[in-house]
Design a protein around this ligand. Structure first.
Ligand SMILES: NC(=O)c1ccc[n+]([C@@H]2O[C@H](COP(=O)([O-])OP(=O)(O)OC[C@H]3O[C@@H](n4cnc5c(N)ncnc54)[C@H](O)[C@@H]3O)[C@@H](O)[C@H]2O)c1
Length: 351
């Protein structure tokens, strides 16, 4: 009997994964508190596999863990539960630290306390751990620019002068988070790595870029920029472009992410390793906004000059190592994925 436990499994990524792995496990257990910022109705999501045994509970609560682990001894844990608002994490840092850091340590302690050491833990980390990442000067010297200050942003200095961004990769980009959210995701990585090494548990860490697609929360205003663009364009409003609209983001489609997670669950070569999961393509926010505006015949997106503290200038994965070492590659292009997402949103909200 194989049991998989997914924390945060009723969310966007968890629902997609639960369906994909239905036949690979005898039991799938989900612990999810149906966070009101994501789950408007606080009901079991329709997209969650019917096979899932859902515990509506908080990962920071040790009593929950004892209750679940007294009934189930998971072979594999997929740890997705997290507070995910990058901007929000600056004003609600304790909330982010409590769920992302303490929630993880509560899980690890409970596994020991209940004699329920799994064979493997898969952690969904984030590209946010890299912060601004590594850049290269015109003279071809690479450097870490650190964090853009509020003063720089207020003066509209979006880029780092005379230099270019280098796509992020675990082999050549040192994690340097520039948001509380990113710092808590890096802490999660360290916690899982130390604990798994000490207990002889296999683990894989996935640094996900911007995941998008059908199923993403349409009510969470702190994440999911594409769904926000779609809602504005559907109302024939011009999409406001922050900074100068030229920030790069690597949008990776939900089914590609679910397949990457499944691949590292079953591939022993993934044990003890970190992988960057993205499409490998850096799209400007302007490009994405224009795709959406065109589809809905909305006015052209316009630069509004606003910015958000904690946002990085560019994010794009260098997935060469992932492609080389995993039996995985992203399949859905940005154009295809955007159409699928828009079709789904039209269906949810009406044409
Ligand atoms: N979606 C992305 O673009 C993206 C990018 C990088 C990393 N990630 C990571 O992937 C994971 C899943 O992201 P997602 O997009 O599915 O997010 P999501 O918000 O859709 O899902 C997270 C789920 O966790 C649950 N949750 C939140 N706090 C909890 C708590 N205290 N106890 C129990 N459950 C709790 C929520 O109810 C929700 O169902 C997160 O760890 C996130 O950091 C996501």
């Amino acid at each position: 009997m194989k049991t998989c436990l997914i924390t945060g499994g009723a969310g966007f990524i968890g629902c997609e994964v639960s369906t994909l792995i239905e036949d690979a496990f005898d039991n799938i257990i989900v612990i999810d508190n149906l966070h009101p910022q994501i789950h408007k109705l606080r009901q079991r999501p329709a997209q969650l596999s019917p096979k899932v045994n859902l515990f509506v509970a908080d990962v920071t609560d040790p009593v929950t863990w004892d209750e679940v682990l007294s009934k189930w001894k998971p072979d594999l844990i997929l740890h997705l539960a997290a507070e995910t608002g990058t901007g929000q994490s600056l004003t609600e840092s304790s909330r982010h630290a409590n769920v992302n850091v303490v929630g993880t340590t509560q899980m690890l302690d409970a596994l020991v306390r209940n004699n329920a050491i799994p064979s493997k833990i898969v952690l969904s980390s984030s590209r946010a751990v890299y912060g601004e990442g590594k850049w290269i000067s015109n003279e071809k010297n690479s450097f870490y620019p650190g964090q853009r200050t509020n003063k720089q942003l207020a003066h509209g200095e979006w880029d780092f002068k005379d230099s270019a961004f280098l796509p992020m990769n675990k082999n050549h980009t040192i994690p340097m988070p520039t948001s509380i959210y990113g710092a808590t995701k890096l802490a999660q990585e360290h916690l899982v790595t130390c604990w798994c090494n000490a207990y002889g548990v296999n683990f894989t860490i996935l640094r996900l870029q911007n995941v998008y697609g059908p199923g993403q929360s349409l009510i969470n205003s702190y994440t999911g920029i594409v769904s926000l663009f779609v809602r504005l364009a559907k109302q024939k409003q011009s999409i406001p472009l922050y900074e100068d609209g030229m920030m790069l983001r690597d949008f990776v489609f939900i089914t590609d992410v679910a397949h990457a997670i499944y691949e590292v669950m079953i591939n022993e070569n993934a044990n003890g390793k970190v992988f960057d999961i993205g499409s490998g393509y850096g799209a400007t926010i302007k490009e994405v906004a224009e795709l959406v505006a065109n589809r809905y015949e909305a006015p052209f997106p316009e630069v509004c000059g606003k910015y958000r503290n904690g946002d990085v200038r560019h994010a794009q994965a260098d997935i060469s190592d992932t492609l080389e070492n995993l039996n995985w590659s992203p399949k859905v292009s940005l154009g295809e994925g955007m159409n699928l997402l828009c079709d789904w949103i039209d269906n949810q909200l009406g044409e």
